[in-house]
Design a protein around this ligand. Structure first.
Ligand code: URA
Ligand code: CA
Length: 441
């Protein structure tokens, strides 16, 4: 077998066999197949696409390129959740304890963030003492004992994807549905998931800019899961404005605590119930999504969700006092309120710009080596559809570097559009994709 022939075949619109895909992925990971041939194949795939079977084969070839997490020591069906990335997406922080409190084990391996804000692991590290580096045995034990644990990515997981993603990034081949779908799914499967709930974001703050593109990606990922024996559900959701109010690490932990107490922002609460209900259903804890939603509402109302978060913090060496006294979380030395100058309604908020403002204040990394300021970020005061009057606060900025405030304020001002007419509120959820088909809301 030769790499050349595989590239030639795909370039001409042929269908690759499993053997050809495995040969290519193995060769590229080991270094025998050079970057220029992998780049040529990625470009051929970008133009010619992959069928569902080829995409599933590519996914599994990448899974087997490195270490896999063995969650066999944990009782029950392990459901993982993944978001394609949004601004101020606090859902994972809420879902881990919430779903565990409702009876499904949650063994979450999570990355650090690059870009807008930190990843879930960074956010949890804003809790004093919280440890995200557990040995594999400790991780399994923690999940069996508490029902939930979150660890940072370790070891040599999916090296084929690391290499290919970096190559795609510089060869204009990121925006290919089969390549994105296989990249995301390979990481979830290598992390030991039995079943997967995906949150595919659409809008100004997301990777996919239109619902059509998001449904296509959702479909491709659900097909992969179905073909490789992992029940997969994808929820397509709106990311035209930040989710909830908080964007930034400690600020989002505080928002997650409020949400676990049933006092969080409406959109974040609603999305957590929907994603969590699907997780419970895939875990076999409830029969349908409706019962899952009711179960989650109940654990929040009874205080079990927030109690589970405390238990999880204790289990990972953090200070659980932050749950009752969020003022113990890191706090920024400076805050500035960005005030409305016009009378009217918030017509739109560019989520990406809000995310960049938070990053500029210190909440995210521009390069892997950057240091995150746990206390930095923004808190949105007015969302799309809200009435505003001159002098009212649109957004509060939090920073330790006072000199950053003016530029962040400019970004926030450019992100907000205020007009005379009240816009119809954007839908939060566009639809759900399962193995059975697509249901649009
Ligand atoms: N996120 C991923 O993990 N992979 C992609 O290819 C794109 C986004
Ligand atoms: Ca948020």
């Amino acid at each position: 077998m030769r790499a050349y022939d595989i590239i030639w075949k795909k370039r001409n619109g042929g269908i690759l066999s499993r053997e050809e895909i495995e040969f290519f992925v193995r060769g590229y990971t080991a270094g025998g197949i050079p970057d220029y041939q992998a780049a040529a194949l990625a470009m051929a795939i970008y133009f010619r696409g992959l069928e569902a079977r080829e995409t599933a084969d590519l996914t599994m070839a990448m899974v087997y390129s490195g270490d896999r997490v063995d969650l066999g020591g944990i009782r029950g069906i392990k459901v993982d959740k993944h978001s394609t990335g949004g601004v101020g997406d606090t859902t994972t922080l809420v879902l881990v304890p919430l779903v565990a409190a409702a009876g499904a084990p949650v063994a979450k391996m999570s990355g650090r963030g690059l870009g807008h804000t930190g990843g879930t692991v960074d956010k949890l590290e804003s809790i004093p003492g919280f440890k995200v580096s557990l040995e594999p045995m400790e991780f399994v034990e923690a999940v069996n004992r508490v029902g939930a644990a979150v660890v940072g990515q370790t070891g040599n997981m999916v090296p084929a994807d690391k290499k290919l993603y970096a190559l795609r990034d510089v060869t204009a081949t990121i925006e290919s549905v089969p390549l994105i779908a296989s990249s995301v799914m390979s990481k979830k499967i290598a992390a030991g998931a039995d079943a997967i709930v995906l949150d595919v974001k659409v809008g100004s703050g997301a990777f996919m800019k239109t619902p059509e593109a998001a449904f296509e990606l959702a479909r491709a990922m659900v097909d992969i899961g179905t073909m490789v024996g992992r029940r997969t559900v994808a929820v397509v959701t709106q990311m035209d404005q930040p989710l909830g109010y908080a964007v930034g690490n400690a600020l989002e932990v505080r928002e997650a605590i409020d949400t676990l107490k049933g006092e969080g922002p409406a959109d974040l609460h609603e999305l957590c119930l929907l994603l969590g209900a699907h997780m419970l259903q895939l875990a076999g804890v409830v029969a349908d999504v409706q019962s899952g939603t009711e179960r989650l509402q109940q654990v929040i109302a009874e205080g079990l969700a927030v109690a589970k978060f405390k238990e999880m913090i204790v289990s990972q060496s953090g200070d659980p006092a932050v749950v009752d006294r969020p003022e113990l979380l890191p706090r920024a030395s400076f805050t500035r309120e960005v005030k409305a100058e016009q009378d009217g309604f918030v017509r739109s908020i560019d989520a990406q710009e809000v995310g960049l403002a938070a990053m500029m204040l210190g909440a995210g990394r521009e390069t892997k080596e950057d240091h995150i300021d746990m206390s930095a970020g923004v808190v949105v005061g007015k969302k799309v559809g809200d009435r505003v009057q001159p002098g009212e606060t649109l957004v509060t900025l939090h920073a330790n570097r006072q000199e950053k405030l003016a530029e962040a304020e400019q970004r926030i001002r450019s992100a907000y559009r205020v007009g005379a007419e009240r816009p119809s509120p954007p839908p939060l959820v566009y639809g759900v994709v399962t193995a059975e088909g697509v249901r649009r809301f």
